[in-house]
Design a protein around this ligand. Sequence first.
Ligand SMILES: CCCCC/C=C/C(=O)SCCNC(=O)CCNC(=O)[C@H](O)C(C)(C)COP(=O)(O)OP(=O)(O)OC[C@H]1O[C@@H](n2cnc3c(N)ncnc32)[C@H](O)[C@@H]1OP(=O)(O)O
Length: 299
Amino acid sequence: MAALAVLRRSAPARLLSGTLCVHSRVLAPWRQYQSNRHFSNDKILVEMDESTGVAVMKMKNPPVNGLSLELLTEFSISLEKLEIDRGCRGLILTSASPKVFSAGLDITEMCGKSAEHYAAFWKAVQEMWLKLFGSNMVTIAAINGSSPAGGCLMAMCCDYRIMADSPKYAIGLNETQLGIVAPFWFKDTMTHTVGSRVTEQSLQLGQMYPAPAALKFGLVDQLVPEDKVQITAAAAMAQWLSVPDHARQITKPMIRKPIVDRLVKQREADIDNFVSFISKESIQKSLQAYMDRLKQKKQ
Ligand SMILES: CCCCC/C=C/C(=O)SCCNC(=O)CCNC(=O)[C@H](O)C(C)(C)COP(=O)(O)OP(=O)(O)OC[C@H]1O[C@@H](n2cnc3c(N)ncnc32)[C@H](O)[C@@H]1OP(=O)(O)O
């Protein structure tokens, strides 16, 4: 079954055998979507180039692309659509806002809300991670601005990261600076990207790295001038897509599946941990103080 799934993604419909072409008729509803070159909802815009099989997904939640429940939900639905679309082989993830890729989780979703809300929010964060980190497609992050915490997580989920070459833009998992703790799967994702030693230090210090520093230890793979980020991502994607899909798609989970499985096994416990941690009065105070500091910075 797994091999069939891989084959179904890797071969364009016209190259498939009779049996699989019958499947394409069964899947008529998404073929309707396939004919659209663009689809968008409030927070996510997708532009699909059917000639290359590459979708560009833009987060659009101004001013800073905070990962709200709404954005995360739309993100997962959009990614799911692309994942089952046999015409789509690659995803470029970027921001519709200049200067910020994503400010990470929307802190207002974690302040002064009910336990039910926190649980729903955290489930959506998990879902985003499971879908993006576990994607069968080639995923490239075109990081066109700052990318703290959850924004960095999203970028690290991708197969390749291209960032705007400016010391004004920083990336990293800064959770401890907010008085909160990145969960084990954020840590696993960073370890997967840059190794244990850098992760240990970065996570404890909640360190944000200007783009040039991030390149030095492999948190990002390539820096290019800000106005070249998208075109470079498209070129890198073409290179990744020159590898036969079936071989690449069997290789990727050899490394990622054990990491995905760790969260899958502990999803409910991880939600309970988050809800109990974030509901603590001391944590709420800490987040509120951080939000106040962000606002004061402007005055
Ligand atoms: C407990 C379990 C672990 C949970 C794991 C948590 C993961 C996370 O992702 S927590 C979020 C961490 N994110 C940050 O620390 C980013 C904070 N933001 C910034 O550093 C900056 O905003 C920036 C570099 C992303 C952009 O800077 P700039 O262009 O100068 O924009 P402003 O700082 O003026 O922000 C504009 C506006 O947006 C509000 N805001 C910024 N970040 C967030 C956020 N993450 N959530 C909610 N709101 C955010 C900021 O307060 C400003 O609001 P107004 O003053 O009302 O305009």
